[in-house]
Design a protein around this ligand. Structure first.
Ligand SMILES: [Zn+2]
Length: 429
């Protein structure tokens, strides 16, 4: 039975007592019932949202944090300031924890640039640490499920770190350990362009999936306990990873292709394969990946012109990125997009549950990297996803899995696999 059917079934159950056959009473009873029911559902959803640990597996908030004058402890207006996450709104939206993405855009691959990228990556780690350090009364860095539990109990936000784009390690495998020690717990193997590790889902074929070096990267990640993030990589690269990894994978921000035919999204076969691997698909709420946008030629050509002008935002300096972002925002303001809705988002969750199972779905918004839909435009509105899940009949336990339970299971398992390697490694003896 689908979630929608089961909700309808539940809605038909009545606790209203009808005294005799008095039609008037029946009328008032039904009116009262109709008026109370949505409120009761909202209260139930709010209680569940408060009770479960809620973790967003992918945001690009560090891109805001490096902006001059941005203060994460202050509440921002998402419509005016293009910021989707800060600590006051995380609290408002009942989001207990989020992975802040250390993102590096894909550029040239040579030793000089790799050194620059290494320095930029370290700078982003330092920015996150310093920013959290200034706000220890409300947030702390987190590296494990236990941290998430502890911080929820103390009412603080948990800031996890993930690296978006394996470009950050260049050709130096030891950087994986360096970044792990700085708190990173996943690496997205590539971004919108191919790199030395893997082919991207939005680029041409170069490595025929995972490269030889890519296999070494995945092996090293298994050894140190770093989660392998398969969002963005090509279908072939994803199959290569699944056939090789010893730990379950995550897709930190990916949707179902059956509902929105975008190259970034996952086919039903890949959803099943990730489930067989024990991994988790974290639903992305970037509108274009949730619902194919309606044709808007004026907007499309204006956006394409900005992409051309700024090299598809690849390899830009901070100052160039600032100019590019202003131009991009101006186009979006001039040609507003009809966004997908929370209901569309939960359609994807329904689908992933149906294909992969309730143990293999989660949420990774991509806030501050383009994420946001009608009804969940920024982090303050996260509760609306829970409300829609409750309306469709999901139980508290199922919602707990979606909101972080599944992700934390993969984190634990990844750590366990690494411990096994460590205990069997002769290098320490
Ligand atoms: Zn991304």
């Amino acid at each position: 039975m689908s979630k929608i059917q089961s909700t309808k079934f539940k809605m038909q159950k009545s606790t209203c007592l009808v005294p005799g056959l008095l039609l008037l009473n029946l009328f008032f009873c039904l009116i009262g019932h109709a008026a109370k029911k949505p409120e009761a559902i909202e209260q139930k959803a709010a209680a569940i949202h408060r009770a479960v640990i809620t973790i967003d597996s992918h945001t690009d908030t560090p891109l805001q944090m490096v902006r001059e004058g941005f203060d994460i402890s202050v509440r921002h207006d998402s419509r005016k300031e293009y910021s989707k996450i800060d600590f006051p709104r995380m609290k408002e939206g009942g989001l207990d924890g989020a992975f802040f993405g250390v993102f590096v855009s894909q550029g040239p691959r040579n030793p000089e640039v790799y050194e620059r990228i290494r320095q930029r990556t370290l700078m982003l780690f330092d920015t996150i640490a310093a920013s959290v350090g200034r706000n220890l009364a409300v947030a702390e860095l987190a590296v494990s499920p236990d941290d998430a539990i502890r911080l929820k109990k103390s009412g603080k936000r948990a800031v996890f770190i993930g690296i978006e784009n394996g470009y950050a390690i260049g050709k130096d495998l030891s950087l994986l350990s360096t970044y792990y020690l700085k708190g990173a717990r996943y690496v997205t193997l590539c971004h919108t362009k191919n790199n030395d590790i893997a082919d991207s889902s939005t680029d041409s074929t170069e490595n025929n999936g995972l490269s030889q070096y890519g296999y070494e990267v995945v092996q090293e990640m298994n050894h140190i306990g770093m989660m392998v993030d398969v969002s963005h990589i090509s279908d072939k690269a994803l199959k290569d990873v699944l056939a090789f990894t010893k730990a379950p994978v995550i897709a930190s921000h990916s949707c179902a292709k059956a509902l929105c035919n975008n190259p970034r999204n996952l086919t039903d076969d890949l959803l099943r394969a990730i489930a067989r691997n024990g991994g988790v698909v974290q639903m992305c709420i970037l509108s274009d990946y949730v619902k194919t946008p309606e044709a808007n030629p004026a907007r499309d050509s204006a956006r394409a012109a900005v992409r051309r002008q700024f090299n598809n935002f690849d390899g830009l300096s901070d100052s160039a990125m600032k100019v590019a972002r202003t131009a991009w925002n101006a186009v979006n303001t001039r040609y507003p997009q009809k966004l997908a809705t929370v209901s569309d988002v939960v359609d994807h969750i329904d689908h992933i549950v149906q294909i992969a199972g309730i143990g293999h779905v989660g949420i990774g918004t991509d806030f501050d990297g383009g994420g946001g839909v009608e009804g969940c435009f920024d982090v303050s509105e996260m509760g609306n996803i829970t409300l829609e899940l409750v309306k469709r009949g999901y139980s508290k336990n199922e919602i707990r899995k979606i909101w972080g339970g599944n992700l934390m299971r993969v984190m634990k398992k990844t750590d366990k696999v690494a411990q096994k390697y460590k205990s069997s490694c002769r290098c320490n003896t």
